[in-house]
Every structure is written in C-alpha cells, then in structure tokens.
Design a binder for this molecule. Sequence first.
Ligand SMILES: Cc1ncc(COP(=O)(O)O)c(C=O)c1O
Length: 365
Amino acid sequence: MLSHSDPSIGHKPRPAEETGLLLREASRRLVEARERFLGFPGNMAFDDSDSGHLLAALANNVGDPDSEDASGVHTKVFEREVVAWFTALAQGDPETTYGYVTSGGSEGITFGLYVGRRRLPHAPVYASSAAHYSVRKAADLLRMPLVTVECGPDGAMDAEALAKLCRAQRHEDEAAGRPPRGAVLLATAGATMGGAFDDVPALREAAGAAGPCYVHTDAALGGIVAPFSTPRPAWCLGDGADSVSVSGHKFLGVPVPCGIVLARRELLPSFPVGEYVGARDHTLACSRSGLAAVLLWKRLRQLGTCGLRALVHRCQDTAEYAVGALAAVGRTPGGTGTRWPSPSTGRRRRCAGAGGCRRRAGAHS
Ligand SMILES: Cc1ncc(COP(=O)(O)O)c(C=O)c1O
C-alpha cells in the first residue's frame, strides 16, 4: 500500500491528485533548500515558474542548431540566438564558429577535448591541478593521457611549468625519431575552488614547445564573468582558444542543467547526416534538450548584455564587501567567490556547503 508521501512507482497508475501532491511537496522543498543554498556556484535569484507552459510538449533539438530535422519538434530558432550571442561574447567569428547548447560544462569539456583529439590524435591533455574533475573523466573516456601542470601562487596554471613539460615531451619525440605529438591544452577560466583564470595566450605560447597546439577553455564558471571584468582575463576565441564552453545553470541560473560550447568550425570532424533524423549532427548526443535552449535564451533576453554586465559587477562588489567584512578570507581578484575555513559538520549540513565551504556571492546574496 502506497502512502501519500511514498514516491515509489507501483504496478498500477496512481491517482493524479496524489502524484500532484507529491510534486508540489518536491517543489516546496526545492524552494526552501534554495534559501539555504551555500557553497555551490548556482545563481538562485531567478524563478522561471512562469515558463511552465513549455512543458506542454516535447522539445528535442536533434543535431546541429543550424540544421533542420525531420521531426520539427524543436526550439532551434532560440538555440541559434543563444549560440550567436555567446559567439560574440567569446569574440568568435560568426561565419567560422560552430556551437550548440550542451547538457552542462562537463559535456562542453568533453566536446572540446574530442575536437582537440581529432586535430592532434597523439597529443596528451595538459590541465592545471586546479582544473575541474570532469577533465579527468573526459580524458579517460577519450583515452587521452592527462598531464597535470602545477599552479602559480594565484591559482592559475604556471606557464613556465607548462613550457618545461612540453619541452621534455618534444625531446622524447625527437629521441624516439617521431613527429612532435603536440599538446591539447585545457585552460580553466574561473577555477572551481579558487576562481583563478588561466592566461590563454601565455599558455598557448608555452605549449608551443611541444609542437602544434589545440586549446580548449573550460569557462563553466567564468565565461560570463570574464568579459565584463577589469582587467579582462584572456580566456576566449579572440584570445587564441580553439573552443570554449560555459555552464548555463551557474552564473546564469537557468533552472535546468545546461551549457554552451563553441569551436572553430574548420576543426570539426566530418560526420554523415543522421540517417533517420535528417539533420547534420556534430554534437555528442543525438537528442538534446530543447527546453534548456529556450530557457537559456529567455535568461539572456531577459537580462540583455547590459543587464549581465551589471549583474557581474554587483556580484564582484558583493565579493569585495565579503573580503572586507570577513576576517582571514582570501579571494582571487576579479572572481566572484570567497573562501574561509570549513565550518563544523552540523553547520555544513544546515547550509548544504561544498568542499572547502566556498561561498559564491551571487545575485541572491
Ligand atoms: C570550472 C568548472 N568546470 C566544469 C564544471 C562542470 O560543469 P557542469 O556541472 O555544468 O557539468 C564545473 C562545475 O562546477 C566547474 O566549476
């Protein structure tokens, strides 16, 4: 016998009223948890419940955003706007830049490394010790050797340490009498725990010691922050990256996990058209969330570039205020977060804090 608070799925259909009660309870808990959400980089300032009508029908963006598919049940018109907007933000050329809405920052990293591997099939991935753990997963999945590069005192990848490792790799290649394998560089724009930005042009130059180089920037956290910061970190396509990715549910606070990835179109592998969907498809999946694409579009349209700039500055001011107000606190200049020693387990449980109890000064704070 199922009780009204029992979410288990039985053999028989359950009354809609009972299911509705459970769903409303789930929604009440999520809203309540939002008030004490601390230590994770999600912007909780938004409420998109007015967009619930989008759930009335399936929205499945199969294949490339600029390719029609046979089903027609998609939101690609919005996705194309999202990609165009982010291409401009990342200083990409709209004619030569490809992009799509991903399931999140991790898919963006995987896509970037995948394109890098197609370009340089024998190159290892170089990532800093502060890179997100998804980089390890993606490298493992793609069977790419991963080399960890130490960080400097500011928490960003140390260019000299990278150059040294790349020179050693080049010597190995020469000694083995093979062509240089090159380097796939994974730069981080806004590190998870310290907020540091890797310097793309400096690292690209350092990685050149290994031979040809491909750069992906994981800007899951910093892709919206960097363009509006002073000084502006060098992170994007215009700064020499070949591909970049950002999360949509972090700074932008989209209520479903999502992200955007961009890559130089000329580097994409050539794939056949998806046989039965009729769409060109360079994405990692087949079906993709049309809901995520339209909600991302909604947030960007709602704020506009000016609104986002103001939001970034407000978050930075809040972080600045926190630096002044909290004793023994450390913060990376230009970042939006602050760190302090881990509180007691009980307090952490009450505040749902992550790892080192990192607090992001979001628009909600
Ligand atoms: C720097 C960085 N990269 C990648 C990710 C993974 O992004 P997602 O959770 O959107 O897959 C995170 C998550 O916090 C991150 O901080």
